[in-house]
Design a protein around this ligand. Structure first.
Ligand SMILES: *Cc1c(COP(=O)(O)O)cnc(C)c1O
Length: 369
C-alpha cells in the first residue's frame, strides 16, 4: 500500500470489478515502474524516443506499425484528427474547425452504426468531426456519400442487433476509400485480438495501455497502417494544436513499452486458469448459502468487457444487486464488484495476490446479512 494513500487516508479497495478508471485501471509491475523511473532521469528527443519505442512495440506484437497515446480515448481523438487531416498541415492547424480548402471540401464526417453509439465516441467529436449515425441498411449509401473521413466501429457491439460484421463493414468502407477505425480499448484478452481486428479490415485499432496490458493508466496504443500511425505520432510527441492535451511523455513511453513486452510474453493460459480458479472458489463458497444462487459465466450484457474473462455471478433472493454492491463497497475491507442486470458480477481480472481470501470472506458476510 502506498504511503501517499495512507497519508491521505484513502483506503485500498479490493477490485473485483475490473480495469475501470474510477478504481485506478491497472496495477503496474515493478519492471514497468523501474522503466518509468529510469526514463525520467534525463532529457531526450521525445519524438525520437516515441518513434523507436513504437517501432519496437510493433515488432513485439507483430503488427505493421504503432503509435503510443495517452489512453484509448486520446487514441480515438488523435486517430480522428490524423484521418481528417491526412498529413495536410493546413487542415491540422485549423482543427477542431474543419476548413474549406480551395482544393475542395475536407471530409468531416465519421460514420457510425447507431447500435454502436456509446459514451466514448465523444472522443471523435473532440477532433472536430461530426458523427453520421446510420443503420446497417443505409451504411453503404452514407459511406459512398461526400465528406466521409472514417468509418468507426465499436468492436464490443459486434453481436448487437443492428450491427454488421467488421469484415462487411470494412469491405464496404474500403470500396469507397474510407479508412476504418476500431475502438478495442478493453478487448484484451484474448491476446489474439491484437491481430484480429486488423485482419478483419481495420486500418487502425485502438487499445488501452492501462487495462489488461498493465501499462501506465493514461497510456494507449493505436496499431495498424504505417502511414496512418505516423500521422498519429506527429500529433502526440507533442503537438501544440487540437491534440495538445493528449501529449505523451518519456515515462509513459518507457512504461508502456515495458508493459507490452511483459504482457505479450507472459503465460496467457496460466493467467486464464488462475482467473477460472478464482471464480470457481467464489461460487463454491457462496453457492451453498441459503437464498443465494451462484454460477460462473461470461458477460452477455452489451458493453461489458472483456467477455473472455469468466465472472462469478451471484444473486440473493431477498436483496437487490445494487444494494449488495453498495454493502460490499461500504464493508471493511471495501470490495468493488460489478452489477450486470439483476446480479452481482465478480471479475477476477484485477485481483492482487492475497485478495481472494478477504474477497470471499467479505462476500459471505454481505450475503449472510
Ligand atoms: C476504457 C475504454 C475506453 C477509454 O480508454 P482509456 O484508455 O481509459 O482512455 C474507450 N473505449 C472503450 C470501449 C473502453 O472500454
Amino acid at each position: 500500500m502506498s504511503s501517499i494513500h495512507d497519508r491521505l487516508g484513502v483506503e485500498r479497495v479490493i477490485n473485483a470489478h475490473g480495469t475501470v478508471t474510477v478504481l485506478g485501471g491497472s496495477v503496474m509491475a515493478p519492471a514497468v515502474l523501474a522503466a518509468m523511473a529510469g526514463a525520467s532521469q534525463g532529457f531526450v528527443d521525445v519524438a525520437l524516443l516515441h518513434h523507436r519505442a513504437a517501432a519496437h512495440i510493433a515488432d513485439v506484437l507483430g503488427v505493421e506499425a504503432a503509435c503510443i497515446t495517452s489512453g484509448a480515448s486520446a487514441g480515438l481523438t488523435v486517430a480522428t484528427a490524423a484521418l481528417l487531416a491526412r498529413g495536410r498541415p493546413e487542415v491540422l492547424a485549423s482543427l477542431p474547425t474543419v476548413p474549406v480548402l480551395d482544393a475542395g471540401p475536407v471530409a468531416d464526417r465519421v460514420v457510425v452504426l447507431a447500435s454502436h453509439r456509446m459514451a466514448y465516441d465523444r472522443a471523435i467529436l473532440v477532433a472536430g468531426a461530426q458523427l453520421a449515425e446510420v443503420g446497417p441498411d443505409r451504411f453503404a449509401e452514407v459511406v459512398a456519400g461526400p465528406g466521409v473521413a472514417i468509418a468507426f466501429y465499436a468492436a464490443h457491439a459486434a453481436d448487437l442487433p443492428g450491427s454488421l460484421s467488421l469484415q462487411e463493414f470494412a469491405a464496404t468502407a474500403h470500396r469507397h476509400g474510407v479508412p476504418v477505425l476500431v475502438d478495442a480499448a478493453a478487448e484484451l484478452p484474448p491476446e489474439t485480438n491484437v491481430h484480429r481486428f486488423l485482419a478483419e479490415g481495420a486500418d487502425l485499432v485502438v487499445f488501452s495501455g492501462g487495462k489488461e496490458i498493465g501499462g501506465p493508466q493514461s497510456s494507449g496504443l493505436v496499431l495498424g497502417s504505417a502511414t496512418m500511425t505516423e500521422w498519429c505520432r506527429t500529433l502526440v510527441t507533442p503537438y501544440d494544436g487540437v491534440t495538445r492535451g493528449m501529449k505523451i511523455d518519456k515515462e509513459t513511453i518507457a512504461g508502456l513499452m515495458t508493459a507490452v513486452e511483459l504482457w505479450w510474453s507472459r503465460d496467457h493460459a496460466a493467467v486464464a486458469r488462475s482467473r477460472q480458479e478464482a471464480v470457481d472458489t467464489v461460487v463454491s463458497a457462496l453457492g451453498s448459502m441459503p437464498g443465494v444462487t451462484a454460477w460462473t459465466g461470461h458477460p452477455s450484457t452489451p458493453g461489458v468487457q472483456p467477455v473472455g474473462i469468466p465472472r462469478a455471478y451471484l444473486r440473493h433472493e431477498h436483496r437487490t444487486a445494487d444494494d449488495l454492491r453498495d454493502a460490499l463497497r461500504a464493508g471493511r475491507p471495501a470490495i468493488a464488484v460489478g452489477v450486470e442486470d439483476d446480479r452481482i458480477a465478480v471479475n477476477p481480472q484485477c485481483l492482487q495476490p492475497g485478495d481472494l481470501e478477504p474477497l470471499v470472506a467479505g462476500l459471505v458476510a454481505a450475503f449472510s446479512r
